[in-house]
Structure formats: structure tokens, C-alpha cells
Design a protein around this ligand. Structure first.
Ligand SMILES: *Cc1c(COP(=O)(O)O)cnc(C)c1O
Length: 431
């Protein structure tokens, strides 16, 4: 374990010793109006643009301009199989076999498609377990799926809540609740990392507990993919979905990803909504009337995908392929521990860290609860060139991302934050 220090030169030393420090240069860092680098801690919401992205997208525009429809076969990266260029890297990032992943659609669309196949309620077993305070899109998706099947969300939705006075869920409580209610549960679908608290759930334990009770278990990995190494195949997870624009830096609204365990990927009796891009590649262009699914996750594709967006995903995943997820995680654990250390050393009870203290139970994000006037503190941070985000009622989410954030970023953030916190303290005393 490194012994952290509170001085500025320590942050410099850490950056100098950081083997991944040079990756920052592969990204555009937003600037303040004075032209200084912002402290960008919002990679959990929208990852920064890799410098390689522009050329990758321009390549597709050029091939389209010069080749027209022939680009499907003759583009530098032919469009027909373009999504396949992303498969190996997506598989690596979520810990899957290549046949278990596919780049397609966007996140909430994939959540619905997965529920079409994997939420199969019966009168005895119709409930869905999610975490309380799940990302709204996930809540809307599960509630409307429940209604779509003719059930009442009030009766069918079980929300896992922390104990009174606690911010985060205990794994033992999750497992216990699955144990207690599992017989009536059709599907467990929670976020891998909670977007608000930053808690990383024990996906393996939850999957095990769910399967023991005969439930299907899927995860929304929006805040986990590219943040924490995952082993979806080995954990025996049934399905998972993630977006590519948060930690995966592929641009706003870019094409998402989907995992279907191989045990289901070759089950052609599963109900699914089909489209021609999920049809057997050999016979797709025979344009026949009968759908024959591609084995594996690819069989869930609907449309031919947006190539301009896939180009951005590819440019970003090429960076992940070079760094690989384990060294990234190693740096990430250090960055966040250092961040936590500096915040703790302020020794100020005007705020607290809501995110779990155990590095195993979190990714890079820390959620800071500011007990009073948090919104003002947040706005003051913005004025100083910090980009992070504010969540009602009192939470500032801060995500130092190992690909492009530095120890110095964290040091500078904490200086600014400390000044604002003590300024608001003094204001209180003055009143
Ligand atoms: C970011 C996020 C979403 C966003 O959904 P889109 O379909 O990509 O707009 C959904 N769920 C979770 C858990 C998220 O973190």
C-alpha cells in the first residue's frame, strides 16, 4: 500500500511514476475560458473525446463519399461486418467469450430487448428485483415491461434498499432478500455500479443467489463497463447491457453493447424480437421470410448499425486494447484511494463520502454528500474550471478516470473544494 501525502509535490511524483500518464495526451481535455485545462471528473457521464475519433469518423465519410453502397464491402473497414471489429474488445472489457457480446442499439433499447427474452413472468413467478434508486431509465423500463405483461408494478417490483441510516446496500442483505422472495421472482436486474452512490455490487454473489432460487439475473453495466474488470461469463450472468459513452469514451449516444451468456445464445426457442441483422449471415441476403437467428449475442441484432457511431466506438476501444483493463483498474484504485485520502485529511464534517470505502466495492467514482448548500459549492467548483456533476438533493459525483485524469487533477480539485467548503462554513458562522 502506498503511503499518500497531502503536499502538491507528492501528486507530481505520482504522475511522474504513472506508467499510463501519457494516455492523457490521446484525449482532448476541455478548456476553461482562460484556456487552461479543466479538471474533468465527469467521465462517468460522458467520457472525453479521443483524438483518434475524428479521423476514424472521417474515414467512413470518405468511404461513403467515394464508394457509395460499395462501402459495405470495400470500405477500409467494411460496413457489412463492422460491428464485428468491436467484438473482441467488448468481450475483454466485460469478461466474456466473443460470441457472447455484440455492439448494437443503445442501452435502454437493449435493456428492453433483453427483457423480451429474459423476463418471462408467470402467475407464480412474476416479480423483478432492482435496486432502490436505480437509474430512472431502468426503472421506467422494468415498470413498463411489468405492465406490458399485465402485472402491477406495485405488486411486482421489489426494490432493494439500504438499511435505515445507511447509504449503500450490504451484499448479505441483498442475498437474504433474494433468498426470502426468490420463489416469486422472475428477474433480478440491477446496475453493476450504482450511478448515484458509486457502489459496485457483488455481481457474482448476486448471480449465484438468484440462480439458486431459479431467477434470471441480468445487469446494467453503464457505470461498470470500462471502469472495473468484469467476468460475466465465469460469473454465469444471464445477460447484461452497457452504454459506450461513459467510461468507454465513444461519444454522446453512441452504440451500446450487450452480453448474452452462451447458454442462452444458442437457445433458438427463446422468445425474441428479431430483425434482419440478427439473421444467419449466410442467408441474410437471400431475403427469405423465415427468421433464422445467428448463434450467440449477434442473433439479437435488429438493424444494420450506424457506422459513423461504430467508428467512434472502434477508435476508443482501440485505446482500451492497448492499455487493457487490468492496468487501468490498478491506476484507478490508486487515484480514487488518493482522492479519498485527501478528502479525509480535510477533516471537515460539512461533507461525507457516500461511496463504499472498500475499493472492491466501488469503481473510480466518489459521491460526496455536502450537508448544507451543496449546490452552491458545486457551482463554485464549476466557476473554477471543475467539471463534475450535481445530483439532487445534496450529492456531488466526482469520477477520476484513469485513462486521462492525473493525481494532480485530484490534488487541484481538493484544493478548490476545501476552499469552497470552508467559505460556506464561514458564511454560516457570519449569519
Ligand atoms: C447512463 C445510464 C442509462 C442511460 O440510458 P441510455 O439508453 O443510454 O440513454 C441507463 N441506465 C443506467 C444505469 C445508466 O447509468
Amino acid at each position: 500500500m502506498i503511503k499518500f501525502e497531502t503536499n502538491a509535490s507528492f501528486a507530481k511524483t505520482m504522475d511522474n511514476d504513472d506508467p499510463l500518464a501519457s494516455y492523457r495526451d490521446q484525449f482532448y481535455i476541455p478548456k476553461t475560458t482562460e484556456g487552461k485545462d479543466c479538471i474533468y471528473f465527469c467521465g462517468n457521464s460522458l467520457g472525453l473525446q479521443p483524438k483518434a475519433t475524428e479521423e476514424a469518423v472521417l474515414q467512413e465519410l470518405k468511404d461513403w463519399r467515394e464508394l457509395g453502397v460499395e462501402g459495405h464491402f470495400n470500405a477500409k473497414n467494411p460496413w457489412l461486418p463492422y460491428h464485428e471489429f468491436l467484438t473482441a474488445q467488448y468481450a475483454e472489457i466485460v469478461g466474456a467469450k466473443p460470441s457472447e457480446v455484440v455492439a448494437m442499439n443503445t442501452l435502454t433499447v437493449n435493456v428492453h430487448l433483453m427483457m423480451v427474452s429474459f423476463y418471462r413472468p408467470t402467475n407464480e413467478r412474476f416479480k423483478i428485483i432492482i435496486e432502490k434508486g436505480a437509474f430512472p431509465s431502468d426503472q421506467y423500463a422494468v415498470k413498463t415491461q411489468i405492465k406490458y405483461h399485465g402485472f402491477d408494478p406495485d405488486a411486482a417490483l421489489i426494490e432493494l434498499a439500504p438499511r435505515d441510516g445507511e447509504d449503500i446496500l450490504r451484499t448479505e442483505d441483498i442475498v437474504q432478500q433474494i433468498e426470502n422472495e426468490g420463489d416469486s421472482v422472475a428477474l433480478i436486474m440491477i446496475g453493476g455500479v450504482n450511478y448515484y452512490t458509486g457502489q459496485f455490487y457483488n455481481l457474482e454473489e448476486i448471480t449465484k443467489a438468484g440462480h439458486k432460487k431459479g431467477c434470471v439475473v441480468g445487469f446494467d453495466l453503464a457505470h461498470a463497463a470500462g471502469n472495473i474488470p468484469l467476468s460475466l461469463h465465469d460469473w454465469d450472468v444471464d445477460f447484461a447491457c452497457w452504454c459506450s459513452y461513459k467510461y468507454l469514451n465513444s461519444g454522446p449516444g453512441s452504440v451500446a453493447g450487450c452480453f448474452v451468456h452462451q447458454r442462452h445464445g444458442n437457445d433458438f426457442d427463446l422468445p425474441r424480437f428479431a430483425g434482419w441483422w440478427g439473421h444467419d449471415k449466410e442467408t441474410r441476403f437471400k431475403m427469405g421470410p423465415e427468421f433464422k437467428a445467428i448463434p450467440g449475442a449477434e442473433g439479437w441484432q435488429l438493424s444494420n448499425p450506424p457506422i459513423l457511431s461504430l467508428a467512434a466506438v472502434k477508435a476508443s476501444l482501440d485505446i482500451f486494447a492497448k492499455v487493457s483493463i487490468n492496468p487501468l483498474r490498478e491506476k484507478s484504485v490508486k487515484l480514487t484511494a488518493y482522492f479519498e485520502f485527501l478528502l479525509d485529511s480535510l477533516n471537515n464534517d460539512a461533507f461525507k463520502i457516500m461511496t463504499p470505502r472498500d475499493p472492491e466495492e466501488r469503481g473510480c467514482q466518489l459521491s460526496i454528500v455536502v450537508h448544507k448548500d451543496g449546490k452552491q459549492v458545486f457551482e463554485a467548483l464549476e466557476k473554477e474550471g471543475v467539471i463534475c456533476d450535481w445530483r439532487e438533493p445534496d450529492c456531488i459525483r466526482v469520477a477520476p478516470v484513469p485513462l486521462y485524469n492525473s493525481f494532480t487533477d485530484i490534488y487541484n480539485f481538493v484544493q478548490i473544494f476545501a476552499a469552497q467548503i470552508s467559505a460556506s462554513d464561514q458564511m454560516k458562522e457570519a449569519v
